[in-house]
Design a protein around this ligand. Structure first.
Ligand SMILES: Nc1ncnc2c1ncn2[C@@H]1O[C@H](COP(=O)(O)OP(=O)(O)OP(=O)(O)O)[C@@H](O)[C@H]1O
Ligand SMILES: [Mg+2]
Length: 346
């Protein structure tokens, strides 16, 4: 078992502040996801947990104990690296066996364990091939198998399924979620795909530029983003964020709720806009209609501002139509000048 926590961890590479006062807590057995754009510091966090990089400031605790000065091997954490690093001269099977062979585990026990993991990851049929004869997706599965074959304190995975095509990625993330629950082990998982993050994580941390901007369950972060940054990171299409004077009685977006004093903008998710055909007045015009099967995306223009609405299924609304837009006050978000969520007074 292993809980992992960062307390005010900072890391510089030369002048570059790669991690800026990062704190978070991963509970034992949790599926914890780090999500953020390129170069925001995700891999650096994993390498610090693994013990490959030492923080400049702050403390890293595994199971409540500081791991300062503890060598990677002693930490007993299995990692799937972003660049995979399979041994090219070994077959997939030898690659998967390697971590156990290196530790002198009995060969028969290794074979059983490898067969078990290979079946879970659907790679039994490719075990005899060398990495050069595998597709990108197959190589990623072999690399995951090589980590799962061990019995470590925790697993770290750095964007492990990014090379898979969309459908296989959906299948694999469901598998990973199931495997993690079966193994009952802490998993810290990096991805730059918001849908993947939301689908697998118990808890996720959203990062920007070396900082963690918000931590919580996917649903918490989706429903209560603490900033326009987090609001825009989750959800596709992204939240509409408009100046406050677009919403209210007689405004392009009809809205009759209370507005926090410090708010300067209103955020509304595309699925929370209610759309009705209307006469051209002070509503919006439909600029584009995208029928996507299970839902339809409308691009709307109101006084030169564009916003996106999604409707379930199909719609009769067409490009060039005029619509009235309403929003349920409970589904509106407000942000202040700094981009932070604005709270209603009282
Ligand atoms: N060994 C290193 N030497 C110098 N700078 C580094 C090193 N490792 C990371 N950095 C820098 O630290 C910052 C964070 O990098 P990191 O690799 O953690 O980002 P990331 O979130 O994993 O990005 P990506 O999504 O592209 O993998 C970047 O500015 C990167 O250039
Ligand atoms: Mg990285």
């Amino acid at each position: 078992m292993a809980s992992i926590s960062f307390k005010n961890v900072s890391k510089r590479f030369g002048d570059n502040l790669a991690l800026d006062n990062v704190s978070f807590e991963v509970k034992d057995n949790a599926f914890f996801c780090l999500f953020g754009p390129p170069l925001c510091g995700k891999s650096t966090i994993l390498k610090i947990i693994l013990g490959l990089i030492d923080p400049d400031e702050g403390e890293v605790l595994i199971d409540g104990r500081s791991v300062a000065g503890v060598a990677p091997a002693q930490r007993n954490i299995a990692m799937v690296f972003q660049n995979l690093a399979l041994f090219p001269h070994m077959s997939a099977e030898q690659n998967v066996r390697f971590p156990l062979a290196e530790r002198g585990v009995d060969p028969l026990e290794i074979s059983n364990r490898v067969a078990e993991v290979a079946e879970k990851l659907n790679i039994t049929h490719i075990l005899s091939k060398p990495p050069s004869q595998l597709s990108g997706g197959e190589r990623q599965r072999v690399a995951i198998a090589r980590a799962l074959v061990r019995d470590p304190n925790a697993y770290l995975m750095d964007d492990p399924i990014s090379a898979l095509d969309a459908r296989l990625r959906e299948q694999t993330r469901v598998e990973l979620r199931r495997i993690q629950q079966e193994l009952g082990k802490t998993l810290v998982y990096v991805t730059h795909d918001q849908e993947e993050a939301m689908s697998v994580a118990d808890t996720m941390a959203i990062m920007e530029d070396g900082k963690i901007r918000q931590t919580g369950t996917p649903v918490d972060l989706y429903d209560s983003p603490n900033s326009t940054y987090v609001a825009k990171m989750l959800g596709s299409p992204a939240m509409n964020i408009l100046p406050l004077d677009f919403a209210g009685k007689g405004k392009p977006i009809s809205f009759s709720g209370n507005t926090p004093k410090t708010a300067i903008s209103i955020g509304i998710r595309p699925e929370d806009l209610e759309i009705k055909l209307a006469k051209p007045s002070n509503g919006a015009s439909v600029v584009n209609v995208e029928p996507l099967g299970s839902f339809t995306t409308l691009m709307l223009d109101t006084s030169g501002k564009q916003l996106l609405a999604t409707l379930r299924g199909q719609t009769k609304i067409q490009t060039g139509d005029h619509v009235a837009i309403m929003v349920n006050p409970e589904r509106a978000h407000f942000f202040d000048k700094s981009g932070a969520a604005a709270q209603a007074a009282g």
